[in-house]
Design a protein around this ligand. Structure first.
Ligand SMILES: NC(=O)c1ccc[n+]([C@@H]2O[C@H](COP(=O)([O-])OP(=O)(O)OC[C@H]3O[C@@H](n4cnc5c(N)ncnc54)[C@H](O)[C@@H]3O)[C@@H](O)[C@H]2O)c1
Length: 374
């Protein structure tokens, strides 16, 4: 970083499909946020061409020293990965999960935000304040990658074992993260998602650790809910949720449900955090590469833009992050909606509108507010 303007080095990995389109949109908005803060911070982007096309050329989703390359950056801004012709488990494990695991990005934060002007399939969203955040254990659980396939020589007799891994350390750190986050919110409550009735080892450990950690946070309300009941709860009574902590798979599914309830998968943002900051953290929309709409210019860039806001929070720029969120709300409120939200705006239209709204938001902020996060 220079002495005069703190400059953050960001690695961008657009990846595949709409990843390219939404990452470009996010960069345009974040660059404008940096410019409008008048020297509070700057972003120095370096793009890395990793993904399925790279795999086609090299047989790898990223170079062998990919993690070494990324270590030199302050953060990673990611699009999406996955393309027909490359098996999904190869593309996911070769790039996104390789980064999450290699950098111990054990906390995946996925806010569920409801936006003005966006029709939610939930009737109660019309007159009820809804706002919760899913905290996903991002390093073990059902996605630990443990197992194997054997006995393929027996025609029709192959077996596969896929084991979940739950460690006390892994459970404890994600639960403390969830409780610490709850303390920063208006409703100080953590809901643990479990399945300990059927998964009598891993999920019972999860429950035990939850109860123990809760003892250190007497000011935070707690509850424990089975994942199947939780799916119904998201739809029927989400108004009393604040922080929802869940295992890797359960949170993956529930957060997609949450974003669909908010209006579309295209809205959902996420942060893959290494909270100790030993390694860079990674910010990405929740959605995938959407091959069905890739290249048509209609992808909703809001999930990527809001992931950029989470990155600004992480980089110590909360005023700019909040300005980006306010600008997005102004755009949806004005009716500039992409196709997945029932509108006709293109990716470029939504991006331009957000850049313009940002100008209004930040120019109406007092300079000391914008610089407050320095
Ligand atoms: N984090 C990731 O990189 C990630 C996450 C999920 C899926 N994937 C990969 O993406 C590929 C496609 O998977 P999928 O179809 O199950 O999920 P997907 O999220 O790509 O698409 C699901 C549906 O949502 C729509 N959609 C997604 N993003 C959108 C956006 N920004 N704007 C408007 N509509 C959007 C798509 O058009 C599609 O109809 C697969 O290869 C999968 O493995 C990657």
């Amino acid at each position: 970083m220079s002495d005069r303007v703190p400059t953050f080095r960001i690695a961008t990995i657009p990846g595949d499909g709409v990843g390219r389109e939404v990452v470009d949109a996010g960069r345009a908005v974040l660059d404008e946020a940096a410019r409008l803060t008048g020297g509070a911070f700057a972003l120095d982007w370096q793009e890395l061409p990793w993904g399925s096309a790279y795999y086609g050329e090299t047989g790898r989703m990223m170079p062998e020293d990919g993690l070494e390359v990324l270590k030199g950056f302050d953060a990673v801004y990611f699009g999406a990965v996955g393309w027909p012709g490359v098996p999904d488990h190869v593309s996911l494990w070769g790039l996104r999960l390789a980064i999450c695991q290699g950098f111990d990005q054990w906390a995946n934060v996925r806010p569920v935000r409801f936006h003005p002007g966006v029709t939610s399939p939930l009737r109660k969203a019309d007159d009820t304040e809804l706002d919760w955040v899913v905290v996903r254990e991002n390093s073990e659980g059902e996605y630990a990658g443990l197992g194997g396939r054997n006995l393929s020589a027996r025609t029709g007799g192959e077996v596969a074992v896929q084991s979940s891994l739950f460690t006390e350390v892994g459970c404890e750190r994600i639960m403390r993260f969830a409780f610490d986050l709850a303390r920063t919110r208006t409703t100080k409550k953590v809901t643990s998602v479990t399945k300990s009735n059927a998964q009598q080892y891993g999920m019972v450990l999860w429950d035990d650790v939850f109860r123990r950690v809760a003892g250190d946070y007497p000011d935070v309300e707690t509850e424990s809910v089975l994942v199947d009941a939780m799916a119904a709860r998201f739809v029927l009574s989400p108004e009393n949720l604040s922080v929802v902590v869940a295992s890797n798979l359960n949170a993956d599914i529930l957060s997609d449900l949450g974003s669909a309830l908010a209006g579309s998968l295209g809205l959902a943002a996420s942060a893959n955090l290494n909270p100790e900051r030993r390694y860079p953290s990674m910010f990405e929309p929740v959605h995938g590469s959407a091959p069905d709409i890739a290249g048509t210019g209609v992808a909703n860039p809001i999930g990527a833009i809001l992931s950029g806001a989470l990155m600004l929070d992480h980089l110590g720029q909360p005023a700019a992050a909040e300005a980006v969120r306010t600008a997005v709300d102004a755009v949806t409120a004005s009716g500039t909606l992409p196709r997945d939200l029932g509108g006709t705006a293109t990716t470029a239209d939504v991006t331009a509108a957000t850049v313009a709204a940002l100008g209004e938001t930040l120019s109406s902020s007092r300079p000391e507010e914008v610089h407050a996060a320095r």
